[in-house]
Design a protein around this ligand. Structure first.
Ligand code: NAG
Ligand code: NAG
Ligand code: NAG
Ligand code: NAG
Ligand code: NAG
Length: 587
């Protein structure tokens, strides 16, 4: 459960940009706590309440509020996605309106059938909410869910097990709670039992025992508590955490998995991990930042040892509106898949009027780059089944100030792949390493209208006829001491004329061997109010929500352009754009 906790907001305000802070506040604001000036002062903006903003191929149920992805798995030919779901409406529930596990199934990760909720609060071990958790397939054919139960109004948390009632039911519609719940209780010295949640998928250690990690606050800092079991039901705490850190007072929505450098084959954590694999610990920091650390799982000591402890340099899974992400091993295609919760960025009253709030990012394959420094992500290839008519341009030269209109595709639902080839890179402006600590600030200051030597160049999308409204996704190239550093930005500040929306400028840097590669790729999925971008082959990903006024009018199609505002001419060897069909996401 991604829980935004009011008490720490004062501190957060100092740490984060206002955009992230707003994102964090979306939770508590809906519970009606203090510090909600930004969204509670504005009334419902009727322009936002339009079906035209509802996404066409991102997962969401037919109505109501959703948040974290929970327990994703592939079992007997079916993909299961569960999610935190409010059956009572499109607002963030609290201990009066308890959250349940919504359930959707698919055979292709594109089209989804919504089922009845799988797990609901109906025992003393989860009576105030069934919060996030994971699924593990034990002994090859027994799916097991482990989830956090909230037991009282003070939000004390325990961990529970649920099992499918009938494993022959292809959809696994009904789930039974284990008789020995809760299988894990807090009762650890120094553990805050109100910050103890989101158990990971299980993995097997060299001793043949199952392990899971549970996010916690231990003695005031963040910890991934480690538990062991022979049968997945009887759990014993290991006397030290898998990992702990002062980077956050709590680690939530943990995910732990192994990856092989340079290979996009996923690894199954229920089997022995091959030599040469690295491990990744994904952590939700400060109730709003999904970061990951690459490191080594020291089997002797049973601890995770990160390659770097400097939390300021931990990369984000996605630099945009993307939190509580979760991965799973897809045994059908031998890959690891990740997705996350993406919030609305309008007001809670708009969400109540719309009748829905929250989507999941499009499922992405995730793997480790060959230098072991960065995870790469790419939309699962099944998305291509939605591609309709294709626009293709080759050999475009974009000189400084050029704006090339991409016409002929549906600009509301599109998949765009564009390569930017740099003819000369010697003139790149110098890189200042201090920028790494605040890429968003750098994106705001050096925006698409500020000319550089190489860049900004990229896409202008969802633009109104007069371009008053538009969203920009762009790159800038810098020369660092050893290599090239690329800044990718997704600038939403002019994405909508509707006042009162959260319209941040997201950004992230990645290191790139431009001398070898010469080309920087950008892929952007436009899905009405969702703009999901993948830079440099998926080295930096940015998910965003936008609500352009020009989109509400049925008769107008927004415009889409490639542009360059840098001194160096940028060549586009290939630009392809497809209109995207509507998926069956909430049947
Ligand atoms: C829970 O949310 C509802 C709807 O926003 C609100 O009316 C109620 O007062 C809240 N209850 C608590 C305990 O915060
Ligand atoms: C289990 O599911 C299968 C397939 O839907 C069905 O044929 C069978 O009757 C079910 N068993 C029980 C005990 O409900
Ligand atoms: C649970 O596991 C522990 C440690 O392996 C063992 O000592 C204990 O007997 C087990 N309890 C049950 C009920 O199986
Ligand atoms: C947190 O910081 C304190 C003070 O520097 C230190 O004693 C403690 O070991 C740190 N904890 C972790 C988990 O890094
Ligand atoms: C490019 O720069 C010009 C001049 O600063 C500016 O008017 C234009 O809006 C910029 N293009 C984009 C896409 O921001």
């Amino acid at each position: 459960m991604a829980m935004a906790v009011q008490v720490f907001l004062g501190g957060l305000a100092c740490i984060f940009s206002t955009s992230l802070l707003f994102q964090l506040l979306v939770g508590p604001c809906r519970e009606g706590v203090f510090f909600c000036s930004q969204s509670s002062t504005k009334g419902p903006s009727t322009a936002i309440v339009s079906e035209r903003y509802r996404t066409a191929y991102h997962l969401q149920p037919p109505k109501n509020w959703i948040n974290d992805p929970c327990g994703p798995m592939y079992y007997n030919g079916i993909y299961h996605e569960f999610y935190q779901y409010n059956p009572d409406g499109s607002f963030n529930p609290n201990t009066s309106y308890n959250i349940v596990w919504g359930h959707s199934v698919s055979t292709d990760l594109v089209n989804w059938i919504t089922l009845e909720p799988a797990i609901e609060p109906d025992t003393p071990n989860d009576i105030k909410g069934c919060w996030s958790g994971s699924a593990t397939i034990v002994s090859g054919d027994q799916p097991v869910i482990i989830y956090t139960g909230v037991i009282d109004i003070e939000k004390h948390q325990v961990q529970n097990i649920a099992l499918p009632k009938n494993r022959s039911d292809p959809y696994l519609r009904e789930w039974t709670k284990a008789g020995n719940n809760p299988v894990i209780q807090s009762g650890v010295p120094g553990l805050n039992s109100g910050q103890f949640r989101d158990p990971t998928t299980g993995w097997i250690g060299p001793d043949g025992l199952w392990r899971i990690a549970v996010g916690a606050q231990l003695n005031g800092y963040g910890a991934a508590l480690l538990y062991k079991s022979e049968d997945f039901l009887n759990w014993t705490r290991v006397d030290h955490p898998l990992y702990s850190s002062n980077a956050s007072i709590m680690l939530e929505c943990l995910d732990f998995f192994a990856v092989l450098p340079g290979s996009n084959n996923g690894l199954d954590m229920s089997s022995a991990i091959p030599n040469g694999a690295k491990h990744v610990l994904k952590m939700g920091l400060n109730f709003g930042e999904d970061v990951y650390v690459i490191g080594v799982y020291d089997l002797k000591r049973d601890v995770f040892v990160p390659d770097t402890d400097d939390s300021r340099l931990w990369p984000r899974i996605d630099y945009g509106n993307f939190y509580a992400s979760k991965t799973f091993f897809d045994s059908k295609h031998g890959r690891r898949i990740i997705w996350a919760w993406t919030t609305e960025t309008d007001s809670s009253s708009d969400d109540v009027a719309k009748g829905w709030a929250g989507i999941h990012s499009f499922p992405r394959t995730i793997w480790l780059d060959s230098d072991s420094k960065r995870l790469l992500q790419w939309p699962v290839e099944e998305i291509e089944s939605l591609r309709g008519n294709e626009i293709n341009h080759q050999g475009l030269d974009l000189k400084m100030g050029d704006l090339f209109e991409i016409e002929g595709a549906d600009t509301l639902q599109a998949d765009i792949e564009i390569d930017f080839e740099l003819t000369s890179i010697d003139d790149a402006d110098p890189f200042d390493p201090s920028w790494l600590f605040d890429a968003e600030k750098h994106c705001r200051e050096a925006d698409a209208s500020v000319h550089g030597s190489i860049g900004p160049f990229g896409l202008v999308i969802l633009a109104s006829d007069d371009t008053e409204e538009h969203t920009v996704v762009h790159f800038r190239v810098y020369k660092s001491q050893k290599n090239y550093m690329i800044l990718m930005c997704s600038d939403l500040r002019r994405s909508s004329l509707t006042p009162g929306l959260d319209t941040p400028t997201y950004g992230g840097f990645f290191e790139f061997d431009l001398e070898k590669e010469r080309k920087i790729s950008l892929r952007t999925l436009i899905d009405r109010s969702a703009v999901e971008s993948f830079g440099g082959g998926g080295r930096v990903c940015i998910m965003a929500r936008v609500y352009p006024v020009s989109l509400v009018d049925d008769n107008r199609q927004p415009h889409m352009y490639a542009f360059n505002n840098g001194s160096a001419t940028v060549r586009v060897p290939q630009l392809r754009a497809w209109s995207m069909r509507r998926a069956q996401v909430s049947v």
